[in-house]
Design a binder for this molecule. Sequence first.
Ligand code: TXA
Ligand code: MG
Length: 311
Amino acid sequence: MHISIDQAATLLLMGHVVAVPTETVYGLAASLYDPNAIAQIFTVKGRPSNNPLIIHLASAEQLNDYVHTLPPYTEKLTAAFWPGPMTLVLPIISEKISTSVRAGLPTAAFRVPHFPITHELIKKTGPLVMPSANLSGKPSATSATHVETDFGADFPVVDGGDCINGVESTILYWNEHQWVIIRLGAIAPEVFKPILGYIPNVVGAESSSQPICPGQLYRHYAPRATLILTPDMPIYVDTIIGFDDRVYPHGKRLLSMGLSSDPFIATHRLYAILRQLDEEGILHAWIDIDIPDTGLWLTFKERIYKAAQAK
Ligand code: TXA
Ligand code: MG
């Protein structure tokens, strides 16, 4: 059910959960100060309670209400990338944020989105927690239709069209020596170099005994179809997820990721394509992953590998 920004604000302030567009993916929003609505998010999504939520703020200044120490370079990062698709995991004043939001951790994740609808809404409601608006284990929703597919036609959603980035925010964490990326996302690692002086390392959730990005451990981004990543396409495959400027065997259907020179468009389309596989009951699809290991392609490949492994 499509609702206006004002209706969304009213529902949120009454303690309801609504879906909201952001520049990255649609979010399932609840007020940071409403424990019942927050509990509802976990139920509606089927999300494990040990997977914490991102707190969405209207401005970087609001961090001062929650964070007890800003790690080095925090202000430089927020000045450069907020509003925008960067999330920072920061040490917090623990009484200010309920344990269910942060899954009992001494840190919380924060982001200031730049999509105008999201920004306007947060200004009306105050801080919102928002996981991606998909059932746990499904690709994130990048359109209002995706939200309705997962949660039903009656679920309240603000329709903001297709998300500009189409992939989640990049999450950074200060590991006592330097910033590291704990989830690849819409901002490529190299983009942080002019601000930090180095390219932050990408840390896998499995690399430490204490996972620093719990969500990375869960089954993710999985279509029902089997995704085939081999360099050569098996003969039995009918569907190719590939690029408009490449030549593939005749008689196969191409789901286009745009041009092989443009990781932005490929990433923007990826989740919609994964969902299309399910909608059309496609059983096997071969994906052309002959792409570089740099920039936004890293995010793109990581999501593809996860989608392929998750079965
Ligand atoms: O682009 C995005 O980030 C979207 C939009 C709606 O803003 N949100 C999003 O939320 O992707 P979600 O819940 O699907 O993913 C949040 C990730 C999870 O992997 C979670 O484990 C991690 O952030 N996270 C949240 N709080 C954390 C914390 N205190 N420490 C480490 N990881 C945290
Ligand atoms: Mg998610």
